[in-house]
Design a binder for this molecule. Structure first.
Ligand code: ADP
Length: 588
C-alpha cells in the first residue's frame, strides 16, 4: 500500500465509523512477480474496492514482438474481467503466464481474491474487414520470407497484403539466432578472410545436406546472398555486428553475419517498421485454409479464416507461400519421420504446423524431402526451446544420464546426441560443467535471462560441490563422484578412452558446478514444396504451377538432409525477394 492511500483509507474508516473497511477502501497499489519465458515479469497493480484498476509492467525481458499483445490485449482483458482466468495469447504462452502470475502475486500481496472472470466484460475489437478482398499479390506467412516477399512486391508496384495466422508476426524467423551466411560479405576482409566465394558456399551447403539439395537452387541462394544482406542492412535498416562473424559447422569459411542482439527480433522489428512505412496491410489472426485456382489451373487467391469467419483474398498476380515449416506439428513430424516421435518437443514457433503444405499439395505442388527433419539435442524440457546456456558443452560440459554416467561423445552430431538422450532413463540428460569450463565462453553471463528463468523453473542449479549437484538432480552421489574422477584422469585431447571426446575433456575437480536438465526438440524441417530457381512451385513432373510461388522453410529443395547453421536466413531473404518480385511482375 502506498503512503497516500494508507492515509486515505484510515481517514475513510474514521469518518464512516462502523462501515466495513472493504466497501470504502481507498485504491491500493501492490507489486507482484511472475516467471515469463526469459525471466521475471514484475508488475504494479492498482486495486480499488477489490477490483483491478490498472496494471503497470515494471520489469520484464520477454521478446518485444511476441509479448506486445500480452502487455496490450491480455493486460486490458485482465483489467476488464478483473481476473487472470483468461486464455493465454497464442504464441506467447509463457509471457502470458508470467503476466498472469505477476498479477495474482500482486493481488495476494494486497490481500485481494480475484474473481473467476467475467469474459463478457472483455470487449473484442474486431476490424470491419470485407469478406472479399482484391490484391495484386497475396503473401501468406509473416516470417522473414513473407516480409521480404511483401516488401519487394510493394516496391515493384504491386498492391500487396500479408496474412499471418498467429496473433503476432515473426514465426521461427523471430526466435532464431538469425545469423545469415553471405560469402564475400563486408566483415570478412576485416577478419582477413579474402578467399570465400558463392561457389564455395554452394558446395558447403550441398555437401552439408548429403548432396540431396538442388544445386541450381542452392547457387541462386549463395550468389544472391550479398545483395540480399545489403538490402537488409541499407534498405530495411537491420544492424549487423560490424566486426564479428559466426562460424557454423559444415562451412569451410567463417561467413555468417550476426544481427544486433543475436536474434531475429532485429530483422522482424525492422521489417514491421518498413511494412508500416510502405502501407502494407499485415493482417494477423488470419489463417489461410485453401488456395483458389481458376479454370485454367492458375492460383488466383486464397481462402482464409479469422474467428470462424471466412474471407477471400483474390490475387491478380499470384500467391506467395511463406508459411514456414512443420516442426511444431508432432503428428506431421512423426508421419514423415517415425523416428522423431512424440517424445520430442520443439524449438519452433507454435505456428510452424505445416498445414499450408497440404494446401499446396492439393493445388498440385510436389512435396519433397519431407522426412529430413533436424533435431536439436539440448533443449528445455518444459518449453522445448534451445538452452543456449548449455553451449558450455562446446567447451567441455558433460552429458550425464540419471545414473550419473556419460553415454555419448558430447560433441557428436545433433541427431546422434538426440537419439542417445532418448535411450536414457526418462529420455533426458543432465548437462554438467564447472567454472573451469564455464570461464571459456561464459554462457551463464551471456545468457543471464536464461540462467534466471531456468533456475526458477527448477531445471538448473548452481552448486559449490558435487554433493549438492547429486541432491538436486537425484543422481547417485557415489557414481557421480566416480564419473567425475574418471573424467579428471582423461583430460586433454586424445585421452578420452570412453567416448573419444574430439576436443578433449576438461578438469572438473573444482566447483562451482552448473547443471541443467535437457531433452531433444525438433528444430528445422528441410522438406517442403519443390521450387525452381525462380521460387515457382512445381508439380511432380516439374511443371510450373502458374500463380504460385514459395519461399523459406516451406520449400524443400535447398538444404537436402541437413540445413547448415546460418543458411535459413540466407534462404528466406533471397527467395522471399525473388518470389515477391515475380508475383508483382505477373500482376502487370
Ligand atoms: P520463414 O523462416 O520461412 O519465413 P517463419 O516460420 O519465420 O518461416 O514464418 C512463417 C509464418 O507463417 C509463421 O509466422 C506462421 O505462423 C505463418 N503461417 C503458417 N501457416 C499459416 C497459414 N495457414 N496461414 C497464415 N499464416 C501461416
Amino acid at each position: 500500500m502506498n503512503y497516500k492511500s494508507t492515509i486515505l483509507a484510515a481517514a475513510t474508516a474514521l469518518v464512516f465509523g462502523t462501515v466495513s473497511f472493504q466497501a470504502f477502501a481507498a485504491p491500493v497499489t501492490t507489486e507482484g512477480t511472475g516467471v515469463g519465458k526469459h525471466g521475471d515479469v514484475t508488475v504494479a497493480v492498482t486495486f480499488d474496492n477489490g477490483k483491478i484498476q490498472d496494471i503497470k509492467v515494471l520489469k520484464e525481458k520477454e521478446n518485444p514482438v511476441l509479448a506486445q499483445k500480452v502487455y496490450k490485449d491480455l493486460r486490458s482483458d485482465i483489467i476488464a474481467s478483473n481476473s487472470t482466468d483468461l486464455d493465454d495469447i497464442s504464441g506467447a504462452t509463457f509471457s502470458s503466464k508470467g503476466l498472469k502470475q505477476a498479477v495474482e502475486d500482486a493481488a495476494k500481496n494486497a490481500g485481494i481474491k480475484l474473481s473467476k472472470g467475467d469474459k463478457k466484460a472483455i470487449k473484442k475489437v474486431e476490424k470491419a474487414l470485407p469478406k472479399v478482398n482484391n490484391y495484386d499479390v497475396v503473401v501468406v506467412g509473416a516470417g522473414g520470407a513473407g516480409f521480404s516477399a511483401a516488401i519487394t512486391a510493394k516496391n515493384a508496384g504491386a498492391n500487396v497484403v500479408l496474412l499471418e495466422k498467429m496473433p503476432a508476426v515473426g514465426g521461427n524467423s523471430l526466435i532464431s539466432g538469425a545469423e545469415m551466411n553471405v560469402a564475400k560479405n563486408w566483415v570478412q576482409p576485416k577478419l582477413g578472410i579474402n578467399d570465400d566465394s558463392p561457389e564455395l558456399h554452394a558446395q558447403d551447403t550441398f555437401k552439408g545436406g548429403d548432396k540431396k539439395g538442388d544445386m541450381k537452387v542452392i547457387n541462386v541462394m549463395t550468389h544472391n546472398a550479398l545483395d540480399a544482406a545489403k538490402w537488409c542492412k541499407d534498405y530495411i535498416g537491420v544492424n549487423f555486428e560490424p566486426d564479428n562473424l559466426f562460424f557454423f559447422g559444415g562451412h569451410s569459411r567463417k561467413r555468417a553475419l550476426i544481427p544486433e542482439g543475436h536474434t531475429g527480433t532485429e530483422f522482424i522489428s525492422k521489417f514491421m517498421h518498413k511494412a508500416e512505412e510502405l502501407g502494407i496491410p499485415v493482417i494477423t489472426n488470419m489463417k489461410m485454409v485453401d488456395l483458389i485456382k481458376n479454370a485454367e489451373g492458375r492460383v488466383v487467391g486464397v481462402k482464409a479464416e479469422m474467428n470462424g469467419q471466412e474471407y477471400t483474398f483474390n490475387a491478380k498476380g499470384g500467391v506467395v507461400l511463406a508459411t514456414g515449416g512443420f516442426g511444431a506439428n508432432a503428428q506431421m513430424v512423426k508421419k514423415y519421420n517415425p523416428k522423431i516421435d512424440e517424445r520430442f518437443k520443439t524449438t519452433d514457433a507454435p505456428g510452424s504446423t505445416g498445414e499450408a503444405l497440404y494446401m499446396a499439395e492439393k493445388a498440385g505442388a510436389q512435396l519433397v524431402n519431407m522426412g529430413y527433419i533436424q533435431t536439436y539435442p539440448i533443449c528445455d524440457p518444459i518449453s522445448g526451446v534451445i538452452e543456449l546456456i548449455a553451449d558450455a558443452r562446446f567447451d567441455g560440459a558433460l552429458m550425464l544420464n540419471q545414473d550419473a554416467k556419460r553415454f555419448v561423445e558430447e560433441l557428436d552430431r545433433r541427431d546422434v546426441l538426440s537419439h542417445a538422450i532418448l535411450k536414457q532413463p526418462g529420455g533426458y540428460c543432465w548437462v554438467l560443467w564447472n567454472d573451469n569450463i564455464g570461464k571459456i565462453s561464459n554462457t551463464v553471463k551471456t545468457h543471464t535471462n536464461e540462467y534466471e528463468a531456468f533456475t526458477k523453473q527448477g531445471i538448473m542449479k548452481t552448486c559449490e560441490d558435487l554433493k549438492c549437484i547429486a541432491d538436486f538432480t537425484k543422481m547417485p552421489y557415489d557414481q557421480l563422484v566416480k564419473t567425475i574422477d574418471r573424467v579428471n584422469t582423461m583430460t586433454g585431447k586424445g585421452n578420452d578412452k570412453d567416448f573419444n571426446h574430439r576436443s578433449g575433456l576438461m578438469d572438473m575437480s573444482q566447483g562451482k558446478y552448473y547443471v541443467i536438465k535437457a531433452v531433444p526438440s525438433t528444430h528445422h524441417t528441410m522438406g517442403g514444396i519443390r521450387i525452381n530457381e525462380k521460387a515457382q512451385a512445381l508439380t511432380a513432373d516439374g511443371k510450373v504451377i502458374p500463380g504460385l510461388w514459395a519461399a523459406g522453410e516451406v520449400t524443400g529443395v535447398t538444404h537436402g538432409t541437413n540445413r547448415l547453421g546460418g543458411n535459413a536466413y540466407t534462404d528466406i531473404i533471397v527467395f522471399g525477394r525473388i518470389a515477391g518480385q515475380a508475383a508483382a511482375q505477373a500482376a502487370k
